[in-house]
Design a protein around this ligand. Structure first.
Ligand SMILES: Nc1nc2c(ncn2[C@@H]2O[C@H](COP(=O)(O)OP(=O)(O)OP(=O)(O)O)[C@@H](O)[C@H]2O)c(=O)[nH]1
Ligand SMILES: [Zn+2]
Length: 351
């Protein structure tokens, strides 16, 4: 099965993962990476190439958050059976579109999330904040790529605006079709790095990805692999080699994400607002109408951007909505119905 395209490109395992292996394990086991998952079947890539593995019973019975996902590193014994997976460096998850409460565990061990927006029509700081929160929630470094820089006179102000959203956020304005792309993204796409792209439709994600991917690796994306019984199966991969030696994680639906359930991302992104809120007069201040609100005072004195506060409150409401249980949701709907009834009675004097 071994061929140059489908091996781990000779990049040594990162120290973060390496140090999780005992001395004994370093001799008696090997690690492989999960590069796709379809139902209970994992596609694995190791130094010997690609293989399939039916999820062992001990894992199948676990809740989804305790099962291996794309990007995980598995420790395999000498019989090629999985022992465990290594602690994750990062973990991107989202709420499944349209399915209410379900969390989808998208990818593990992504180093950089390229958040793609364009300098013109798509540019929207509130949407960018949503993506940044998602990256922070998963412990992934976000890098904002502002495409279509060639279509505006001055792309720099867009970059400054993005960088003002959160300390340390890097924004790069570029033409996605420019041959110099590899150089511009060089710091994040070195050998062994794992990256993913995220952004609205039409901003240039496919253009970027097609330029960066190793096209020969794309051709093998539906590679045939042996499953655990030696049968041949056809598997669609979710991770691809880039020309630079980095890994691209790309699954259908990966490019458009909604917020996950972790509150951590919002806390990181809006830490200044949360710090201010400590000084609000009431602990349950809604930062909208409550008197003695330190956040509103900061907006009034122009030291805090009103748009950011609005987006913070909006994303927080969304989060609350996403994480409430079915029972809490039912309760909220009932309360709302009661409120509507009361208004009707007040207004029309009848039910
Ligand atoms: N002028 C210019 N055009 C660009 C740039 N990036 C992308 N485009 C064009 O914008 C259009 C949309 O680009 P895509 O790469 O298909 O966008 P996408 O984000 O993949 O869109 P979806 O596939 O719908 O998610 C194409 O016609 C690209 O050639 C850029 O930096 N400058
Ligand atoms: Zn307040």
């Amino acid at each position: 099965m071994s061929n140059a395209l489908s091996t781990l490109s000779n990049v040594p395992l990162r120290p973060f993962f390496q140090q999780q292996l005992s001395m004994e394990e370093q001799h008696a086991t090997h690690v492989v990476r999960v590069i796709a998952r379809h139902g209970d079947t994992l596609t694995l890539l190791g130094n010997d190439g690609q293989s399939s593995l039916k999820l062992p019973g001990k894992w199948r019975l676990q809740p989804p958050e305790e099962q291996p996902i794309v990007g995980d590193w598995l420790v395999m014994d000498q019989q090629n059976q999985p022992l465990r997976w290594l602690e994750r460096l990062s973990h991107l998850s989202r709420k499944a579109a349209g399915s209410g409460q379900q969390t989808q565990h998208m990818a593990a061990n992504i180093d950089t999330l390229f958040v793609v927006s364009s300098c013109n029509r798509d540019f929207n700081p509130s949407r960018l904040e949503r993506y940044l929160a998602l990256a922070f929630a998963g412990n992934v470094q976000p890098v904002v790529l502002l495409t279509k820089a060639d279509l505006v006179d001055e792309p720099e102000p867009f970059c400054r605006q993005v960088e003002s959203l959160h300390r340390g956020v890097v924004a790069i304005a570029l033409d996605a079709r420019h041959p110099d792309l590899h150089h511009q993204l060089g710091p994040w796409i070195g050998p062994g790095e794992s990256v993913a792209f995220l952004g609205s439709s039409g901003v240039g994600k496919s253009t970027l990805i097609n330029a960066l991917l190793d096209q020969k690796s794309m051709a093998t994306q539906a590679a045939r692999a042996d499953d655990d019984r030696g049968r041949h199966t056809t598997t669609a991969r979710a991770m691809f080699h880039m020309k630079s030696g980095a890994w691209l994680l790309d699954t259908p639906g990966m490019r458009e994400l909604r917020l996950g359930e972790s509150n951590q991302g919002l806390q990181t992104l809006f830490s200044d607002i949360e710090a201010l809120a400590q000084a609000c007069q009431y602990r349950d201040c809604d930062h909208e109408r409550t008197s003695g609100c330190a956040v509103l005072a900061a907006v009034a004195s122009d030291t805090l951007d009103a748009r950011r506060v609005r987006n913070y409150l909006k994303l927080q409401r969304e989060q609350t909505y996403l994480t409430e249980t079915v029972w809490q949701q039912r309760d909220r709907h009932r309360q709302f119905a009661r409120l509507v009834n009361r208004v009707k009675i007040d207004k029309f004097g009848k039910r």
